[in-house]
Design a protein around this ligand. Structure first.
Ligand code: PEP
Ligand code: MN
Length: 261
């Protein structure tokens, strides 16, 4: 279902007033985790002003350590909703398990399946059944074939609205958090009609690398970017080191020629 052989034209996915795929360059931005109402409203306003058309933020966090901040849960979803109502930006937020995917779907405009769950087949099927657009991140060590098969799990349940997201893969390199596989963009474009965006924040783990790799992603034909932005990265509860301040995010959007919508 994901193959271009059976669907030659690019798929374009509509979420609220925004489109992903085709000739669009769609920006999703926001903090790693929803922390407070003030944080969400402030960041949502700033990223909208800079040209983002979707608001990201995790309420359920798939943390490597069980002792790390796990997210605010439904309370976080409510804060996301408030920021969304305030700005008009639709929400992309992660579902980490079968127990909570339905509550996530109640608030989310796009359901994110994170790298760690890319092969959680029960969760993929459920995401397919719910029917909201799904942002499918590439697994930490997944081949492109495995990643597309994960998309098939969602699509074969009747949900064709899948957005692929390259977010870096595990390699021997440790300087960056992951290694951004920019070649995945033209590969996916060749063999699939699905839109593909790039997340340079999780790919590198370092805010300074976000700007050059965002440009690289656009140069190789990505349909969009997912970028972590925090109003106070030094105090972020998660992923502060890779989060852009709103001013830096705005500069990057200007450099990419993105305008407020
Ligand atoms: C995230 O987007 O906050 C996240 C946890 O991403 P990934 O699944 O790519 O690590
Ligand atoms: Mn994060």
């Amino acid at each position: 279902l994901a193959s271009r052989l059976f669907h030659p034209e690019d798929s374009v996915i509509t979420v609220g007033n925004t489109k992903i795929g085709g000739d669009n360059l769609t920006i999703m931005a926001g903090p790693c985790s929803v922390e407070t109402k003030e944080q969400m409203i402030e960041v949502a306003r700033d990223v909208k002003e800079a040209g983002a058309t979707l608001l990201r933020g995790g309420a359920y966090k798939p943390r490597s350590s069980p002792y790390s901040f796990q997210g605010l849960g439904e309370e976080g979803l409510k804060l996301l909703k408030a920021a969304s109502e305030e700005t008009g930006l639709p929400i992309v937020t992660e579902a980490i398990c079968l127990d909570t995917i339905e509550v996530v779907a109640k608030y989310a405009d796009v359901i994110q399946i994170g790298a760690r769950n890319m092969q959680n087949f029960a969760l993929l099927k459920k995401a397919g059944q719910i029917g909201k657009p799904v942002l499918l991140k590439r697994g930490l060590s997944a081949t492109i074939e495995e990643w597309l098969m994960a998309a098939e799990y969602i699509m074969s349940e009747g949900n064709e609205n899948v957005i692929m997201c390259e977010r870096g893969i595990r390699t021997f390199e440790t300087y960056t958090r992951n290694t951004l596989d920019l070649s995945a963009v033209p590969v996916i474009k060749e063999i699939s009609h699905l839109p593909i965006i790039v997340d340079p924040s999780h790919a590198t783990g370092k805010w300074k690398m976000v700007r050059p790799l965002s440009k690289g992603a656009v140069a190789v034909g990505a349909d969009g970017l997912m970028i972590e932005v925090h109003n106070n990265p030094e105090c972020a509860l998660c992923d502060g080191a890779q989060s852009l301040k709103p001013s830096k995010f705005k500069e990057l959007m200007n450099e990419l020629g993105i305008k407020k919508q």
